[in-house]
Ligand binder design. Structure first.
Ligand SMILES: Cc1cc2nc3c(=O)[nH]c(=O)nc-3n(C[C@H](O)[C@H](O)[C@H](O)COP(=O)(O)O)c2cc1C
Length: 268
């Protein structure tokens, strides 16, 4: 998981070739497995084995500023209700899917389609019952031009995003080392986030860590980013003996005159 996180990158250019049928069938089975594992019915994955129609319909309107990512296949994340936990869980399981696809040798990129109007989506997505604001594009990446610089998405510093307490005192590397959490937070920063905003902050408590988000930007993408980081926290946690799961919360906390929302807590 640590090397996966360090090396992972969103891939935005895919070969036009399809992924092998056997793999596509395995992926379809895995989607159903993830929905069963969650068990809430709050979200579902809709698989577009043939991504062409979806790409044509979203070209110019899906993705950042209408820059739609073209891939041979897509998985849509359909959130079935308007509860926050459904968005968080959906993102959590989407990231679990990404880890699986990666282990199959496939590359991925989240695609935001929140700006596409609902009528357009109803025409594009079969039997749309909930809301689809995010897709996953996947396939085989186009080979890189060795003479081109690999784009790099900056990450916040390790000493910038963990608070020791409500006064706003930030955890130093030494503080994190003392708690045995330095590696976990080091790698966590490589998680993807919408517009690479990295909106997550953490509050270290005695026996817990709280995930907090500043109350800015649109709520939807913050909750998606929360689900993503919760998944990686749990996965990285396992390596250092933290086997607990996040408990969702919904309260506010002021730190250094900024208002944060407490999204969840995990026992250390
Ligand atoms: C919820 C979410 C939505 C995203 N939407 C898009 C998108 O529409 N277009 C795009 O090119 N990248 C999208 N991304 C990819 C992020 O921009 C990318 O993860 C971030 O810049 C960090 O880069 P990296 O993934 O290469 O480390 C999205 C990522 C997330 C988590």
């Amino acid at each position: 998981m640590t090397s996966f996180l360090r090396e992972r990158k969103s891939v935005r250019e895919f070969k036009a070739v399809d992924v092998k049928n056997q793999l596509l069938d395995d992926i379809e089975d895995y989607l159903r497995l993830l929905e069963t594992e969650d068990g809430s019915g709050d979200f579902r994955f809709v698989f577009y084995k043939d991504g062409k129609r979806l790409f044509d319909g979203l070209n110019g309107i899906g993705g950042y500023s209408g820059v739609m990512i073209q891939s041979p296949h897509y998985v849509a994340l359909e959130i079935m209700n308007s509860q926050d936990k459904s968005i968080i869980n959906g993102a959590y399981f989407m990231e679990k899917l990404i880890t699986k696809l990666n282990s199959m040798g496939l590359d991925t990129c989240w695609v935001s389609i929140g700006d596409v109007n609902h009528g357009e989506k109803v025409k594009l997505f079969d039997n749309l019952l909930g809301n689809i604001n995010y897709l996953l594009a996947f396939g085989h990446r186009k080979p890189r031009n060795p003479f081109e610089e690999v784009p790099f998405s900056n990450r916040i510093g390790l000493d910038e995003f963990v608070y020791m307490d409500e006064s706003g005192k930030k955890a130093t590397l030494e503080d994190l080392e003392n708690r045995g959490l330095d590696d976990l937070f080091y790698y966590l920063r490589y998680a993807p986030s919408s517009f690479n905003r990295q909106p997550w902050r953490f509050l270290l408590k005695k026996e817990k860590v709280a995930l907090i988000m500043e109350c800015i930007g649109d709520k939807d993408s913050n909750l998606i980013d929360a689900g993503v980081i919760m998944y990686y926290f749990e996965e990285l946690g396992k390596a250092i003996g933290i086997n607990s799961k996040w408990e969702l919360a919904n309260s506010r906390q002021n730190i250094e005159d900024r208002e944060y929302r407490i999204i969840g807590e995990i026992v250390l």
